[in-house]
Write a protein that binds this ligand. Structure first.
Ligand code: FAD
Ligand code: MG
Length: 351
């Protein structure tokens, strides 16, 4: 929802909800305390809830999880001066730089996924992402010449990484690395790791739509995660998915966009065309063990479209998906059918 007109409203809403619910606690029937903290982080809305033995213990665990997310932001943001990604981009074509092992882990995953998705997912797409500037002050529809020029600078063969030395070098000075489609998922996984290390067995992390549900609710039942209605102006859940110890990540065309001459342009760019993917899908949700996989595969499947996207999802062990088309048809991968419940009858499971 980061178009110009709506961003202030969103910010106001977030600030209000943080003021009201920034830190809450409730006793559950098993005398565990539910603690919740909300924060603006990674340029999005973060919410972490955890059941704990005490409010103090819960708040400490959640604060440590947020510290780790902040650390990841400081390493992997394109805009924070001195971050690993900022430094890589700044030294593109000049020299190799040392990166933190966490950044290396995400770079390597990103490169592997680029090859798995035949570069539908491409961590070297920064030149195109900057050109479109979705959500930024300079957002506009670029000319076809500008797009053609930026497309010349997305070749991942020019990105050299050394796992042994923890160094990275972009050999083409015009290639920019952007981890916006993968690092949020990594941050969810890391925050879950920190919560577990601090004694939390049950809770939910949500970083701007990348969700992980840890354990079960205190009555032993699964968590139920709502899938947003992807239509602009709607705020209901069209379905819910029951899960435990799983990640649920959604990518859609309805959250970050701008409108020019009556056409809506969103933030998921097809590297083949250099323009926002437009293949009839409006939202892809991935259920997986790790959120980093869900983050990448939701974005990649969105770009690949219904048939190729479903094929990709079915080909990945332990990965399930739910894809929604413009005409409100819902496609669910084979292993997910029993876990999905449709809540809005305008949407129908068709496969
Ligand atoms: P996803 O579908 O998961 O990802 C879309 C994003 O991936 C795009 O925004 C783009 O960055 C990238 N992308 C687009 N096409 C492709 C492609 N073909 N292949 C690979 N990647 C692609 N947002 C702010 O507004 N301000 C901030 O300060 C800010 N800081 C951030 C810092 C970090 C470390 C990260 C990870 C993100 C940050 N964001 C910031 C971005 C914000 O959180 C995004 O909304 C988010 O990364 C995109 O997530 P999504 O789930 O909406 O979309
Ligand atoms: Mg994603």
């Amino acid at each position: 929802m980061i178009n110009n007109k709506k961003s202030n409203i969103l910010l106001l809403f977030l600030i209000i909800s943080i003021t009201l619910a920034g830190c809450t606690s409730n006793k559950s029937s098993k005398e565990l305390t539910l603690v919740k903290q909300e924060q603006l982080i990674l340029g999005t809305f973060g919410s972490i809830s955890a059941y704990s033995n005490s409010e103090k213990e819960g708040n400490e665990a959640i604060s440590k999880a947020y510290d780790r997310i902040k650390e990841i932001e400081n390493l992997m943001s394109t805009s924070i001066e001195g971050s690993d990604v900022y430094n890589m981009n700044k030294k593109a074509g000049v020299e190799s730089i040392a990166v933190n092992p966490s950044t290396m882990e995400v770079l390597l995953e990103g490169l592997e996924y680029s090859s798995i998705t035949k570069e539908a997912f491409n961590i070297g797409l920064g030149s195109l992402i900057e050109l479109w500037g979705i959500g930024k002050d300079w957002q506009k529809v670029p000319t076809s010449e500008e797009i053609a020029d930026a497309k010349k600078h997305i070749d991942l063969n020019k990105l050299e990484v050394s796992k042994e030395n923890n160094t990275a070098f972009i050999k083409d000075p015009k290639i920019l690395v952007d981890l916006g489609g993968i690092a949020k998922g990594y941050a969810v996984d890391e925050s879950i790791r920190i919560l577990k290390e601090n004694g939390i067995k049950s809770g939910v992390v949500n970083l701007g739509g990348d969700v992980y549900a840890l354990g079960t609710k205190t009555d032993g039942s699964k968590w139920r995660i709502g899938i947003n209605n992807p239509e602009i102006g709607s705020s209901n859940s069209i379905a819910r998915i029951s899960i435990s110890d799983k990640s649920v990540v959604t990518s859609g065309d309805y959250e970050r966009y701008f409108i020019e001459n009556g056409v809506r342009y969103h933030h998921i760019i097809d590297p083949k065309t250099g323009i926002p993917a437009n293949n009839g899908l409006v939202s892809v949700t991935i259920v997986s063990d790790k959120s980093i996989d869900g983050d990448v595969l939701s974005t990649a499947s969105f770009i690949l479209g219904l048939d190729e996207g479903l094929k990709l999802i079915e080909s990945r062990p332990g990965v399930e998906g739910l894809l929604i088309t413009k005409d409100r048809q819902v496609y669910v991968s084979s292993g997910l059918k029993d876990a999905v419940e449709i809540l809005d009858n305008n949407f129908k499971i068709v496969n």
